[in-house]
Design a protein around this ligand. Structure first.
Ligand code: ADP
Ligand code: MG
Length: 266
């Protein structure tokens, strides 16, 4: 397969008759990290679901040069791994069994996981600071631990394209950095492509090669973090009062309380 890792052309999505995405274009090169930002309800998760093959998108989405609808389920799973914003937690399932679900595309139908599948699952659990969690039930984990398990499953899948929908929103600042550094290391070592959404704009800008600002189902800005994270664009599309200052690895976005409106006493 060749061509851009992700090519989205004039994507329109309506859900229950409501237009959610209206003519979205997006290209992600192999090895690139692109982060989609935008206010709540802008359509970020819907865009990632469309790219991940969870929505019908006739003719609008290609992965590595292959039209999405031409990919069979098993082949798609080797190409693209998704961490959804709120994954469904199968009741009673242990951490190890959940991470092994990521190996499904490599296990023959009616077969069992191989030693290599188990080794891949253990390796990724170790890397995500989850050694010792193998036999715990998912339901007993903290929100942050569970979020790392979701990522572990996606990484164990060994896909070349990672779709990460707010992968760090439940993590403390230390685990947030650890997880994003790990994803970036894997990207550099194995040429992974990352398409993510994130709410922390400073962190988003530190890791992304390019950013796309989505508002009301349309791309309203795209470019380097410096081009997209501007006080003007953030004021316009988030109605946020922020200052953007230069950081070591990109612009830092600092929320600043707006001037209080003067209330005149009667
Ligand atoms: P974001 O991830 O940017 O917060 P989403 O992609 O989750 O936004 O949602 C975009 C819009 O689509 C929201 O207004 C949401 O309410 C709406 N939406 C999502 N799923 C459905 C659905 N199944 N039916 C109707 N509207 C939906
Ligand atoms: Mg979302």
């Amino acid at each position: 397969m060749s061509g851009p890792a992700v090519a989205v052309r004039d994507l329109h999505v309506s859900l229950d008759g409501v237009p959610i995405l209206a003519g979205v274009d997006l290209t992600v090169a192999p090895g690139e990290w692109v982060t989609v930002i935008g206010p709540n309800g802008a359509g970020k998760s819907t865009l990632l679901r469309a790219v991940g093959g969870l929505l019908a998108t006739p003719g609008a989405v290609s992965l590595f040069g292959t039209p999405s609808e031409a990919l069979r389920r098993r082949d798609r799973a080797r190409v693209v791994a998704t961490v959804a914003q709120s994954p469904v937690v199968p009741p009673g399932m242990t951490v190890l069994d959940y991470v092994l679900l990521g190996r499904t595309p490599y296990i023959p139908p009616l077969g069992r996981e191989s030693a290599a599948d188990l080794a891949a699952a253990h390796d990724v659990l170790d890397r995500l600071d989850l050694t010792g969690f193998h036999d715990r039930e998912l339901a007993t984990l903290s929100g942050g631990e569970r979020q790392r398990v979701f990522l572990a499953r996606a990484l164990a899948q060994g896909a070349t394209l990672l779709l990460l929908d707010e992968p760090t929103s439940a993590l403390d600042i230390g685990h947030q950095q650890e997880v994003l550094e790990l994803v970036d290391q894997l990207r550099r070592a194995h040429g992974l492509t990352v398409l993510a959404t994130m709410h922390d704009l400073s962190v988003a800008g530190e890791y992304a090669d390019r950013m796309v600002l989505l508002a009301d189902g349309r791309v309203v800005a795209s470019g380097t973090p410096r081009e997209v994270l501007t006080e003007q664009l953030l004021a316009e599309h988030y109605r946020a009062s922020v200052r953007v200052v230069d950081g070591e690895h990109g612009p830092l976005v600092v929320p600043v309380r707006p001037e209080p409106r003067t209330v005149r006493a009667e």
